[in-house]
Ligand binder design. Structure first.
Ligand code: ZN
Ligand code: CU
Length: 494
């Protein structure tokens, strides 16, 4: 019985319960009452208001997408089918230095901010205003939201090709602290990108320091993921150490053929650093990256697919070399003519992807770009691809371990109290799936297709995805910092 002795709203019977801890799944039932898990185990003596036979399918905590750019999609496309169709029930937003708030802007936003908003009015002057908008018109899944360093720079600086001055740092720090008070969970950087690449390490440390008092987290798209990858990891470690805060390295990878294999060195560095500080990382399970179209990247990629272009929307989905042939110019000029635009870049090695995926402290983050006309398939395919392709077909690690990296591990790192595990009293964020058939169906040619093998997805005790379709219910919550637990769990070798 639920602890108050009342009848549960729902019992899912005969499931393989995978609780998120990494321990082997066990056959059993699970009861839901209101927004919580009420009971688990053999519940044959109990009757639910509604009963669902699981027929041996796997029942796991809803997946946590640690790396998203869903800031505006949560409002513009609140059903969030690209994510709930994969079993994702919570997203972390505001990554890579890019957030929708807090920023007042009166012109086209500097790329890569245009990945999430291409009109000034889509940005929010205050973080509180942004979170309140999510409260008023909630999405289907939960969101925990970060402030982007590039967003702060765009609000405080007249030009980006230099370090911030002390008054500018003070202004950004004030804006960041107000956002943290409103419920932001931390700050991300995108030091690779033009608006932040001239920010010195000291600027980042000055802004990372206030995170400590608020118990916030720092995530980073590092300065260089190519030949200077090792240097970038060292910079990230130094920032975490100086500010004494938990840090997550985003979408860990080595870009460009000459740099393949460097993740062997960086994973060792990360392992060493974890002995003395809180350090985590995430990865998406593909050998292609995707972001703004940037002519600097052309030499690193073996193939480039354009995902959107303001000046040439008709080229979305085509390769840059085909577009260059049509425009009768070289690829650099073609790229420049398409800007602002986005692209997919084939530039990682399969060995590296597997190495990073296999590292036991790696979380899964899609890095999906929901506003792209022809997006990278990771937007719709990341979680089923890990569970189907890498777990079942390649047998990189056991199913229970994959689920742990998608649930309990990110819940501990991001302080998502009462989420990420199956236990009585935890929030009823659930996914019921078939381990034998789960698969990503989204491809680089047809990138917007839902996963196979996902039977049922619940968020806060309500069904959002059932039998291959969204129910239309939107029970998601904006998770504010002060409602969460301590961040940085499971990040140090403790
Ligand atoms: Zn990034
Ligand atoms: Cu990103």
């Amino acid at each position: 019985m639920p602890s108050d002795g009342s009848q549960p709203d729902l019992i899912i019977r005969g499931a393989r319960l995978i609780d998120g801890s990494g321990r082997p799944g066990v056959r059993g039932d699970l009861a839901v009452k209101d927004d919580r898990i009420a009971a688990m185990g053999d519940l044959s003596q109990m009757k639910g208001g509604r009963e669902i036979p699981a027929n041996g399918l796997a029942l796991a905590p809803g997946f946590i997408d640690t790396h998203t750019h869903d800031d505006r999609a949560l409002l513009s496309d609140p059903l969030m089918e690209c994510k709930i169709s994969q079993g994702v029930t919570t997203v972390i937003t505001g990554n890579c230095g890019i957030s929708l708030a807090p920023l007042s802007i009166d012109r086209y936003p500097p790329p890569p901010l245009d990945i999430i908003g291409r009109e000034p009015k889509q940005f929010f002057a205050s973080f509180d205003g942004y979170l309140s908008a999510l409260d008023r018109d909630p999405p289907a899944l939960n969101a925990a939201c970060q402030v982007g360093h590039t967003t702060l720079r765009a609000g405080a600086m007249d030009r980006f090709d230099r370090a911030a001055t002390q008054p500018e740092i003070d202004a950004m720090r004030q804006t960041l602290e107000t956002s943290l008070e409103s419920g932001a969970i931390g700050m991300s950087t995108g030091l690779y990108y033009p608006p932040a690449k001239d920010a010195p390490t000291e600027e980042v440390i000055a802004l990372a320091k206030p995170l400590r008092a608020y118990g916030g987290i720092h995530t980073t798209h590092m300065r260089d993921e190519a030949s200077h990858l090792v240097r970038s990891v060292n910079e990230t470690i130094a920032i975490g150490k100086a500010a004494d805060i938990p840090v997550v390295i985003s979408h860990h990878k080595a870009s460009g053929t000459p740099n393949h294999g460097l993740v062997n060195d960086t994973l060792k560095l990360i392992d060493e650093a974890r002995k003395t500080q809180k350090l985590g990382l995430d990865v998406y399970p593909y050998v292609a990256a995707s972001t703004m179209l940037d002519p600097r990247r052309i030499p690193l990629a073996s193939k480039i697919i354009v995902t959107w272009s303001n000046s040439h929307p008709e080229f979305a989905g085509q390769t840059l070399d085909a577009i260059a042939a049509k425009l009768n110019c070289d690829m650099t000029e073609a790229a420049n003519r398409l800007l602002p635009a986005g692209a997919v870049y084939f530039m990682m090695s399969e060995d590296d992807v597997r190495r990073v995926l296999s590292y036991p402290h790696t979380m899964i983050g899609s890095d999906g770009l929901p506003h792209d006309q022809h997006p990278h398939p990771r937007l719709w395919g990341t979680f089923p691809r890990v569970l189907g392709h890498y777990v079942r077909d390649v047998q990189l690690f056991p199913l229970e371990e994959a689920v742990r990296r998608m649930t309990a591990l990110p819940a501990a790192q991001f302080g998502l109290k009462d989420r990420g595990s199956l236990r009585p009293g935890a929030c009823a964020d659930l996914v019921l799936f078939n381990p034998d058939t789960i698969a990503d169906t989204a491809t680089f040619d047809r990138p917007k297709t839902p996963a196979a093998g996902i039977a049922l997805v619940m968020v806060n005790g309500r069904t959002v995805w059932n039998d291959g379709a969204a129910t239309g219910d939107r029970p998601g919550r904006a998770l504010r910092r002060n409602t969460l637990g301590p961040m940085g769990g499971g990040m140090a070798a403790d």
